[in-house]
Design a protein around this ligand. Structure first.
Ligand code: SF4
Length: 69
């Protein structure tokens, strides 16, 4: 699964980092960044994406098909 954060949408709420701390981290600008797309289970990453109030976390399958949001 490919995990990306749309930095223009992220408001730095920290939800993703709280749920999947091995995948997401707020950077020095307070915006979420992906530190390891395989750091947590896919179900946890999905939960993190669903927790994002801005739908800033984009999940794609291996073929590049967007699976969330
Ligand atoms: Fe940014 Fe969304 Fe993560 Fe909040 S949950 S820090 S808005 S990517």
């Amino acid at each position: 699964m490919k995990v990306t954060v749309d930095r223009d949408l992220c408001i730095g709420c920290g939800n993703c980092e709280s749920i999947a701390p091995n995948v997401f981290e707020l950077d020095s600008e307070g915006i979420a960044t992906v530190i390891d797309p395989e750091g947590d289970d896919e179900s946890v990453i999905r939960e993190a994406a669903e927790s994002c109030p801005e739908d800033a976390i984009i999940l794609q399958d291996e073929d590049g098909e967007q699976i969330y949001p």
